[in-house]
Design a protein around this ligand. Structure first.
Ligand SMILES: NC(=O)c1ccc[n+]([C@@H]2O[C@H](COP(=O)([O-])OP(=O)(O)OC[C@H]3O[C@@H](n4cnc5c(N)ncnc54)[C@H](OP(=O)(O)O)[C@@H]3O)[C@@H](O)[C@H]2O)c1
Length: 332
């Protein structure tokens, strides 16, 4: 039996999803020879540490009832540096101004000899090459499947299943909020402001929706894809971005009459990085509706491969994180 020790840094929707998925899969994984033990959990108020493995069900209950996991006053950085462990799961909020606290957490993890798994886009949209180099210099694995497309295994597909192919280009819809807004506007012939309010009431859009509707969230995901797949060292500021705020119900209706839909499409290839609304034929594989995400990868050998699925959600995002944890468990 291989024991793999890890800490979860950030215990919100994704961190709790990771804990729940480990509880759900613990016995099945033991049958495959892997014993996953969470030895540290941190949120913004404090942390819990147990070298023998935290009781995840009671940590989840305490978080639900008290709003915090804190049993000790150590900081996330203390946990990362000081506990004996293999992997840091970094799932604190995305910050695209300076990447913090995720950037310092990931750097501390590599400097302390821990592999990193993350869903946090900020540090990767700003400093992808530095982080990759830091991992490589320390002989460690850096996995970030959940940063782009939530549950959709895009990096796994490209780096493992499509290994040997040259990737010519990638296009896709990488933001569920804008896809929901455009889908509802087209279906119900409603104005942007009305659908945005509805999305906010349903918890699909943030109170401040700027990053989503202006295309910045999509741009962050696109640069992570481009850097990882094409070896670029772009930041989200290198993406040519147009959001969806100026799209009218009339434009969507006209597109619909001609059997098209309007989608916020991300494109990478030939060194070009763009996020912009595009007309897409209604039956095209990219024309997914609601909050779905989709990625279409053009390769030299396999041709075009398109995958779609849930781009967000606590347990869906944890699916990608668990897959990265297991990759490390099997390959380190
Ligand atoms: N939610 C999704 O479906 C989804 C999908 C893909 C990627 N992501 C990305 O995954 C990350 C986590 O998302 P989320 O939805 O779980 O966010 P969230 O619900 O806001 O949770 C963030 C967690 O980080 C904690 N935190 C904040 N500052 C911290 C610090 N300095 N040290 C330790 N913990 C700190 C928060 O503590 P408190 O609990 O005390 O506030 C909270 O537990 C984000 O980067 C997000 O962009 C999310």
């Amino acid at each position: 039996m291989k024991t793999v020790k890890l800490s979860i840094i950030g215990f919100g929707a994704v961190g709790q999803g990771v804990a729940r998925s480990i509880v759900l899969k613990k016995e099945a994984l033991k049958k495959q020879g892997i014993d996953l033990r969470v030895v540290g959990i941190a949120d913004s108020k404090g942390c819990e540490v147990n070298a023998n493995g935290i009781d995840l069900k009671s940590a989840l209950l305490r978080k639900k009832e008290n709003g915090c996991v804190a049993k000790g006053a150590e900081s996330a950085i203390d946990i990362i540096r000081e506990i004996e462990q293999d992997i840091i799961v970094e799932v604190t909020p995305t910050n695209i101004e300076n990447g913090e606290p995720g950037l310092s957490n990931m750097t501390a993890a590599f400097e302390s000899g821990r592999h990193v798994v993350t869903s946090n886009k900020g540090p990767l949209a700003l400093c992808f090459s530095d982080l990759k180099e830091c991992a490589e210099d320390n002989g460690l694995i850096f996995r970030y499947e959940a940063t782009v497309g939530g549950a959709i295994p895009i990096f796994n597909l490209v780096h493992e299943a499509l290994a040997g192919n040259t990737i010519i280009g990638i296009e896709g819809i990488l933001n569920g909020t804008t896809n929901y807004i455009l889908t509802r506007m087209a279906e119900e012939r409603l104005p942007y402001e009305h659908v945005l309010r509805e999305a906010q009431e349903l918890g699909i859009a943030e109170t401040d929706p700027t990053y989503d509707v202006e295309g910045i969230d999509s741009a962050c995901k696109l640069v992570i894809l481009a850097n990882s797949i094409f070896g670029q060292s772009a930041t989200y500021r290198d993406v040519d971005v147009t959001g969806i705020t100026k799209i009218t119900p009339e434009a969507l209706e006209l597109a619909g009459r001609n059997n098209y839909v309007v989608k916020l499409i991300c494109e990478a290839g030939n060194g070009v990085l763009t996020v912009a609304p595009h007309l897409v034929p209604r039956r095209h594989p990219l024309a997914v509706g609601g909050t779905l995400n989709v990625a279409s990868i053009l390769t030299d050998l396999a041709g075009r491969i398109t995958i779609s699925g849930k781009g967000a959600g606590s347990i869906e995002t944890a699916s990608s994180i668990l897959s990265d944890i297991l990759y490390i468990a099997r390959n380190s």
